[in-house]
Write a protein that binds this ligand. Sequence first.
Ligand code: NAP
Length: 470
Amino acid sequence: MTEVTNHQYPVGSEQRPLRTAIVGSGPSGFYAAEALLQQEDVVVDVDIFDRLPTPYGLVRFGVAPDHQKIKNVIRVYERTAAHPRFRFFGNVQFGRDLQAEDLTAHYDQVVFAVGNETDRRLNIPGESFDGSYTATAFVAWYNGHPDYVNAHFNLDHRRVVVVGIGNVAMDVARVLAKSTDELAKTDISDYALESLRKSRVKEIVILGRRGAAQAAFTPKEIKEIGSLDGVDLVVDPADVALDEDSRKLLADSKQARQNVTYLTEKSGEGLGTNPKKVFLRLLRSPVEITGENGKVAGVKIEKNVLYKDDTGSLRPRGTDEYETLSCGAVFRSVGYHGVPLPGVPFHEKWGIIPNERGRVIDPKTRKFVPGQYVVGWMKRGPSGLVGDNKPDSAETVRCMMEDIDGKVAPVSENMQPQAVERLLSSRNIVYLTFADWKKLDSLETENGKKAGKVRDKFVSLSDMLNAVGK
Ligand code: NAP
């Protein structure tokens, strides 16, 4: 334990470790922790805070339950958590339990790793009808996120529409289409499984506003849909026909080439004979969600063509040709969006914390905010796979190291590791340590084993706290 002293030590020395707080324990937060704790010449204390009692953010609540292999990355995070200078504070919410000033008082540097907590909107009429859902909510619901346990998704219709052709849209379509017997073996939440078992959905129509060469999904994800048992992936050959500019794109993008090849192949297979269908409709934009008695009844869609904008990108433009698809639910899956944090700069339009290489920038003064950093989707926007966060977080940590170079500081009362624990206790904030989480983790896997699934997640905060005796 470091003694309180007025003596000035180099920040990052044994006597005066660099004190860092990370807000958010998803992949970007854990990669930042890893990069900090791997510093050879700098001694770093890392405290990671999460508003939920459980760590891992989107690995737990975003990655689909039938993609367990992606979740294996947790083993890497567990190695980071085993470091003696790492601490986890679960169930502690920034802006509610701890304010920006609290963190500034107890840490030299704070890293925001909170991800993007909401979704982009389509901004078309009818978006607020009952039955118009966000993919973010649906994903959080089937993954047992405590905030979404009571959400309701009406699957009592033959047809639903998914808007957007990114990987999240693929997850949503796949979970809606997949055999529930297969899903039952995963860590999908029980209530979601029950609801999916009762689902009457037989047709899932996915709408992409641009063409096959611009699809945001990765080849693996679309092929997975095309090979689901009991499901036909149906693509109209006219939709995969490429204009000249799109054809040119193929030379530079392996993903586009693979997607176009696969979809062209699929488009030759017709309607198929399986009981469930996933229709991929390209160059189609929803222009209105139609309703009856406040409930979704259909989607009016417009056919698009592509044009080159000033930057050379291929954008969709409506052709005034419309059709209306009847359906009972619409899942918009057009990207996530950040939510502002109290006391932290925010760029409304981009939905991120303004920054340069991870150093937070005050938009008014255009100057860096001392001691504030950002990683992950809040830094660069909602793109990339789990592993893409590693180099992104490492870049921010490099800036953090540059910024302490040559700095000296005393060991003040607040900069002692116990000071934060005292602060939380003085505010009656019940927090979970990493050891508490490991206990929950064991209970979840044990209960899962008994139920014949990989994990049986706790979904209520009070159950989690009770289970660890808090
Ligand atoms: P995304 O990859 O950015 O895809 C968003 C989709 O929404 C695009 O097809 C986009 O079309 C479309 N879109 C945006 N605005 C629209 C509008 N107004 N009308 C119609 N369509 C609109 O986002 P995401 O699917 O949310 O995924 C986020 C990140 O997580 C991605 O990097 C993704 O790969 C990753 N992820 C990976 C996995 C996995 O590996 N299995 C699973 C889930 C998510 P345009 O291209 O025309 O803009």
